[in-house]
Structure formats: structure tokens, C-alpha cells
Design a protein around this ligand. Structure first.
Ligand code: ADP
Length: 485
């Protein structure tokens, strides 16, 4: 892998804690495995809760002088970090594909996407405006200022090993906070490469530390137990989010949670079917179905069901499964063996309840963690897939007749992250967009992620928003100053 990189030192086997590149105190490491080939590509330090204490202490010391700098100075450092991420986009993408499996073209896209948050929040650093409020008495003056919350800790998943970190760390540093990240144990290399570039960009020692570890519960607990950590931000499963929220209660810590989804994708009779197919491919099969905004349930109105199914089948059969580093691959492997099992479970459950395979339906001939992109028809609401996110290349088609019924079906879930629908009638578009109980609605588009818009869910999909001018608020506190004149 190193030989493919123009900067081989971006493949780090030490981690950045309290301003130094270190090994674990006891020398313990863990393997990073390429999901396409099953080989070990690196060994990284397996840190413990003691390292978290060290990282947080350094973060707490570094944050005050950092917050005291002019916003423009913080912005310049972040801007430099953005420039370095773009300059080294190809290396960062190769490292990501090697540890995560996604096709190289998607990895390049993710680096640009992750970097866009750094650029955006470099700009937002200069726009942390307060307000003045007319006093409640003649002699009172009221001012509201926004101040950084302090040390923030983050825990991120493996599906977007760069962007999920960038969109937390960038607003935190822009606001004047320090950050300690625990990346997924499956994809620590992207985080380490980002840390190396952050250091080169001039992020001060101790302000940003990376805790690589296989003991996620212990690291999460340590974050929640240290009183100087004032903010916990997590992207991952709803199940782990609940645990962290409960733990964070002890220190009354401010929390942001980007949790699971169960996205409906609705195709109405008046939809442009070709556009709907293109959108469904993008949002179902991007990252091999392993995103929290992937379509999980595809509802198609009866009048266009057969036509949509036929076009969708053709498009799915054109996908190319393979190693993400091979030119032309559009679907990589799944991240780990248990992800393959989940796809098989959802498929078997659907087939046992009356679904029929339209295409795919079995492990791919390449073996390992490769699975054929699969469509089933006749999906119904008693199937596992209607309540549980598959996180894999499994697309179930549900048939519906009535607009109100499909809205009720779409909303019948504990989740509320992303939703999508295709229609042309203006009053239908307005009505359905307002009725969907989701934080994000894609209308006639399957791609909704951008740094300029607020990303986040309602119901059990989470708390808070990332990206846009709202994304920095999670790292700020309001202070109201009442002055008697
Ligand atoms: P996924 O299914 O996407 O792997 P998880 O929620 O299991 O989602 O993992 C997301 C992140 O949460 C990873 O960094 C993982 O190590 C971490 N994690 C898993 N369990 C815990 C826990 N009990 N406490 C804190 N972090 C955890």
C-alpha cells in the first residue's frame, strides 16, 4: 500500500495524542484489514482509558490560547488543513479504499466532501455573531455572546472514515474548542492521515488527539466521566447512541447524535422514472448500501411499479462488483463478515414472507465480503427490512396505491433521518415533503449530502445538526450579559 502513495508517511502506525505521535504504553496494537482482500494493511496502537485522560488534559490546556486567537487566525489554520486535504486527496482516497472498501472514485469524492466541511467551517469561524437585545428596564443593556463549549469528544463509524470526522472536528476547532476523536477501529488510518495533515496545517499541539482503540466501550465511558469534556458528538448506531446518552447524563454533557436511519424512497405515478431509477441507484447502492441515508424501503405506486422495477433491474445489473482499487468498480465489499450475514438475514426473512428475487440474491462469485446487488419485489411491512436498516446492497420494492397510505407507511418507524420521493405534481410535492417526519427530504433527488445544509435526524435518528451555519452551534454556548448603566 505504501508504494501506491506519493506521501507514504500518511499511512501512520502511530497515533497523535497530546501533541506527540505515540505507540500504546504497553505496546499493544491492532490490525487494520482490507475488506476486499482480507489482508492486514497496518497495525495501529490499541490505546486505553488512561490515554484518554492524557489527551483530554492536553486538549483542555490547548483550547484556551486557541480560543483567544482572533477568529481569522483559526480560520487560516483550518483553511490550510483544507488545502492539504485537497492536495493529498489521492493518497487519502487510496488509504480509505484500502481500509474501508469503497470504490476509489467514491473515496476521492468523500475526501472532497470531508474537506468541504473544513473549508466551510474555516469561513464560519469568522461569523460567530452575538446579538444585542433591548433591555427590560431603562438602565439595563443586554448582550448575548457565543463562546466555545470547551473540550469536545467524538466517536465515529467506519462508513465515512474521513467526512464523519471532518464535520465534527472542523466546526469544533472553528468555534475555539479542542477535540479528541475515537475513530472506528475498522478504519483508523483515515483519521490518522487527517491528524498528520492537521498538524502540518498548524493545529497546535494537544488541540486535536486521536484515540485508536479496540475497546470502544471503555473509551466512550472515559469521555463521559471526565468533567472537562463538555461535549460528546457521536455518529453510529442508535443502540450505541442510547448507551452514550445515558452515560453522558452523569456530567450533564451536551450531546449531538447522528444515529441510524430507515429511509423511505417513494416513487409516485407522476414521477420521472428514469430520474427515479438514477436516484435509487445513487442512494441505495452508494458505499454498497452502507450509509445511514441509504434508501432502505422503496415504495412504488401501483401504476408504475412494473415499469420502475424493470428499469431498476437493468440499472442494478450494470453495477460492477469488485475491489475498490480496481478501475471501473462501482460496488466494493461489505465492511466485515457480520455485515454480509445481516444482508442474508434480511433477504431470507423477506423470501420466507413472500418476496421474490428480481436480481442478485446471493454472495458474489468473488467470495469474501462481496455480495450481489439484490432487488426483491412484493416486499411487505411485516418483513424485517421495514423496521431495521439493512446497511447493504439489498433493495426491497413495496407496492402502494394511495398517497396517504404511503406517507403513513413511510412514517411508521422509530427513525427519522433521510427520506426521498419522486413526483411532479406541485401540490403533492409540497404536501408530501411537509408530511414526512424526517430531518432530511430529497425531492426528485437521491443525493442530499452537502456541507452547506443541516444534516441530521428527528425521532430516534438523533440530536443536533452537522454542516451549514447551524453546525457550529453545537460547539458554542450562549452567554447573556446584563449590564446596568
Ligand atoms: P456501526 O454499526 O456503524 O459499526 P456502531 O455504533 O457499533 O455502529 O459504531 C460506531 C462507533 O461507535 C465506532 O467507533 C465504535 O467503535 C463505537 N462504539 C461501539 N460500541 C460503543 C460503546 N459501547 N461505547 C462507545 N463507543 C462505541
Amino acid at each position: 500500500l505504501k508504494s501506491m502513495l506519493s506521501r507514504p508517511d500518511l499511512l501512520c502506525e502511530e497515533t497523535l495524542v497530546a501533541g506527540e505521535w505515540v505507540q500504546a504504553g504497553d505496546g499493544k496494537t491492532f490490525d487494520v484489514i482490507n475488506p476486499a482482500r482480507g489482508d492486514v494493511i497496518a497495525k495501529v496502537p490499541d490505546l486505553s482509558a488512561t490515554d484518554v485522560e492524557r489527551a483530554v488534559a492536553a486538549a483542555d490546556a490547548a483550547r484556551k490560547p486557541w480560543a483567544a486567537r482572533a477568529a481569522k487566525e483559526r480560520a487560516n489554520v483550518l483553511r490550510k488543513w483544507f488545502d492539504l486535504m485537497i492536495k493529498h486527496q489521492e493518497d487519502l482516497a487510496i488509504i480509505m479504499t484500502a481500509e474501508q472498501g469503497k470504490p476509489l472514485a467514491e473515496a476521492r469524492g468523500e475526501i472532497a466532501y470531508g474537506a468541504s466541511f473544513v473549508e466551510w467551517f474555516a469561513e464560519e469561524a469568522k461569523r460567530i455573531y452575538g446579538e444585542t437585545i433591548p433591555g427590560h428596564m431603562a438602565d439595563k443593556r443586554i448582550t448575548v455572546i457565543k463562546q466555545p463549549i470547551g473540550v469536545a469528544a467524538g466517536i465515529t463509524p467506519w462508513n465515512f472514515p474521513n467526512a464523519m470526522i471532518a464535520r465534527k472536528v472542523a466546526p469544533a476547532l472553528a468555534a475555539g474548542c479542542a477535540f479528541v476523536i475515537k475513530p472506528s477501529e475498522l478504519t483508523p488510518l483515515s483519521a490518522l492521515a487527517m491528524a498528520k495533515l492537521a498538524q502540518e496545517a498548524g493545529v497546535p499541539d494537544g488541540l486535536f488527539s486521536v484515540i485508536t482503540s479496540t475497546d470502544a466501550p471503555a473509551i466512550g465511558k472515559a469521555f463521559c466521566e471526565i468533567p472537562t469534556v463538555r461535549k460528546l458528538t457521536f455518529t453510529g448506531s442508535t443502540q450505541v447512541g442510547r448507551i452514550l446518552l445515558a452515560q453522558a447524563a452523569d456530567q450533564v454533557m451536551k450531546c449531538s447524535m447522528e444515529l441510524g436511519g430507515n429511509a423511505p424512497f417513494i416513487v409516485f405515478d407522476d414521477a420521472d422514472l428514469d430520474a427515479a431509477v438514477e436516484g435509487a441507484i445513487a442512494c441505495k447502492f452508494r458505499n454498497n448500501g452502507q450509509t445511514c441515508v441509504c434508501a432502505n424501503r422503496i415504495y412504488v405506486q401501483a401504476g408504475v411499479y412494473e415499469a420502475f422495477a424493470a428499469k431498476f433491474k437493468t440499472a442494478v445489473e450494470a453495477l460492477r462488483v469488485g475491489d475498490g482499487l480496481t478501475e471501473g468498480t462501482t460496488l466494493g465489499p461489505l465492511i466485515e463478515p457480520k455485515a454480509v450475514t445481516k444482508v442474508q438475514d434480511h433477504l431470507a426473512d423477506a423470501l420466507s414472507k413472500g418476496a421474490e428475487i428480481l436480481t442478485g440474491g446471493k454472495p458474489h462469485d468473488l467470495g469474501g465480503q462481496f455480495f450481489e446487488p439484490t432487488i426483491v419485489t412484493n416486499a411487505t411491512k411485516d418483513m424485517l427490512v421495514s423496521t431495521d436498516e439493512t446497511f447493504g446492497p439489498f433493495a426491497p420494492l413495496f407496492k402502494f396505491e394511495d398517497e396517504d397510505d404511503v406517507i403513513a407507511l413511510a412514517n411508521d418507524t422509530i427513525f427519522g433521518l433521510a427520506s426521498y420521493f419522486y413526483a411532479k405534481d406541485l401540490s403533492r410535492v409540497t404536501k408530501v415533503a411537509e408530511a414526512l417526519e424526517y430531518g432530511i427530504v430529497g425531492v426528485n433527488t437521491g443525493i442530499i449530502s452537502t456541507e452547506v445544509a443541516p444534516f441530521g435526524g428527528v425521532k430516534q435518528s438523533g440530536l443536533g445538526r452537522e454542516g451549514s451555519h447551524h453546525g457550529i452551534e453545537d460547539y458554542l454556548e450562549l452567554k447573556y450579559i446584563c449590564t446596568s448603566v
